[in-house]
Design a protein around this ligand. Sequence first.
Ligand SMILES: [Zn+2]
Length: 114
Amino acid sequence: MYKISKEHMKALRDSIIKWQNIINGTAFDNGAGNCTLCIYNTKITGNISTACAVCVIYMDTHQGGCKGTPYTLWYNHRLYDYFANVTGMCPECIKLAQAELDYLVDLESRCEEI
Ligand SMILES: [Zn+2]
């Protein structure tokens, strides 16, 4: 179990809500710009460039930039097929967003608040 602060857990749960909303079509992914974990960890370290190092996802993958999670597939699909436009969704987007959501829900189950 990863032991994380109550605020860190809230950021993780809010990120889960973000991905649920992306799948529902009521939100879009704007990368670190609307990632509650990025925002929380940037507040902790004072710098976005060091935020990954204290993120629970980094604890899990030992990689920055959400590498080692389904986000990489999502990111590449959005970059190459949508030219990084934030809006618009296709069936492949839904599938990849669901994979990221499933990853985050599983990660949450392996975390406890301290
Ligand atoms: Zn797509």
